[in-house]
Write a protein that binds this ligand. Structure first.
Ligand code: FPP
Length: 257
C-alpha cells in the first residue's frame, strides 16, 4: 500500500484556524458504520480508516502540531469478534512495516501507549522498533494508543505509587497531581488541548481519562474513513473560537494560546 507520508510537502498551515493546539487526540470512530453503509465488510472500513490516519498524520505535520494521539485499539476492543481483532492487529503491523521509514524521514517520533504484555511478540517487537528508530525525531510526536484504557492506566499508576509507599520509598503526603501524571503512560507529554471524535458519538470511551480534564471536545458527524484535511481544519477552527478558562472567569482567561 503506498504511503502518503512523504515529508516532501512544504509547510501548509490550516486556512481557517488562527491558533493551532499543541496536542490533539483523536477517537477514530465509525469505520464499521462507514463499511456497513456501503455493504462492505467491517475490515474494509478499518482499511480505509488506516488511509485516513496516514493523511491525518501528514496534515498534523503541515499544521505544526507537536503531538497527535490516536485511539487505535482499546482494551475493550478485545471483546470484538476474533476475526476483527486479528484484522486490527494486522493493520497495526502493516502501518508500522509500510510507513515507519517515511514517518522517520518526516521527523515523526512514534510513541505507543497501552498494555504491551497482552500483545503477540512480533507486534511488541515492531512497536519497540518504531519507538527506537524514531526516538530522536522532533517534528511531530505520534502517540498510538493501542490496547489502551484510561482507567487501567490510572489504576496502574496508583498501584506503582502504592508499591513505592509500601516499600518505604515514598511518603503518601508527597503524592500530588504532577507526581501522579509522571506515572502515566503519557509522562512528559502535555495534556491534549483538543479531542476530536468522529461518527457523531459524544463520549470519551476510556480515552485519556486523566489527561482530558481540561481538553476541548469537537464531535464531527462524519465517519472516520471520511475524515480529511478539511474536516481537520473545521475542528481546529472550532477549537480556535473556544475560550479556555481552566476554572477561572472570562476576565482572567486568555483565548486559546
Ligand atoms: C472505531 O470504529 C475504530 C476502531 C476500533 C479502530 C481504529 C483503527 C483504525 C482507524 C485503522 C487502523 C489503525 C491502526 C494503527 C491499527 P468502529 O469499528 O467502532 O466503528 P463502528 O462504531 O461504526 O462500528
Amino acid at each position: 500500500m503506498p504511503s502518503i507520508i512523504s515529508g516532501e510537502r512544504p509547510f501548509e498551515a490550516p486556512s481557517h484556524a488562527t491558533c493551532v493546539p499543541t496536542h490533539v487526540g483523536i477517537i477514530m470512530d465509525g469505520n464499521g458504520r462507514w463499511a456497513a453503509r456501503r455493504g462492505l465488510p467491517r475490515i474494509e472500513g478499518h482499511r480505509r480508516g488506516l488511509e485516513a490516519l496516514r493523511a491525518t498524520v501528514r496534515a498534523a505535520i503541515d499544521f505544526g502540531l507537536d503531538y497527535l494521539t490516536v485511539y487505535s485499539f482499546s482494551m475493550e476492543n478485545w471483546n470484538r469478534p476474533i476475526e476483527e481483532v486479528a484484522d486490527l492487529m494486522g493493520l497495526l503491523k502493516r502501518f508500522i512495516r509500510n510507513d515507519l521509514k517515511a514517518l522517520n524521514k518526516s521527523g515523526v517520533k512514534v510513541k505507543v501507549i497501552g498494555g504491551r504484555n497482552d500483545l503477540k511478540p512480533d507486534i511488541r517487537a515492531l512497536l519497540a522498533e518504531a519507538e527506537d528508530r524514531t526516538r530522536s525525531n522532533t517534528r511531530l510526536t505520534l502517540i498510538v494508543a493501542f490496547n489502551y484504557g484510561g482507567r487501567q492506566e490510572i489504576v496502574a499508576a496508583a498501584r506503582a505509587l502504592a508499591e513505592d509507599v509500601a516499600a518505604g520509598r515514598l511518603e503518601p503526603s508527597a503524592i500530588d497531581e504532577n507526581m501522579f501524571a509522571q506515572r502515566l503512560d503519557t509522562a512528559g507529554v502535555p495534556d491534549p488541548d483538543l479531542i476530536i471524535r468522529t461518527s457523531g458519538e459524544q463520549r470519551l470511551s476510556n480515552f485519556l481519562m486523566w489527561q482530558a480534564a481540561y481538553s476541548e471536545f469537537v464531535f464531527l458527524p462524519i465517519h472516520w474513513p471520511d475524515f480529511d484535511r478539511q474536516a481537520f481544519e473545521t475542528a481546529l477552527a472550532e477549537f480556535s473560537a473556544r475560550e479556555r478558562r481552566f476554572g477561572r472567569v472570562t476576565a482572567q482567561a486568555q483565548k486559546v494560546r
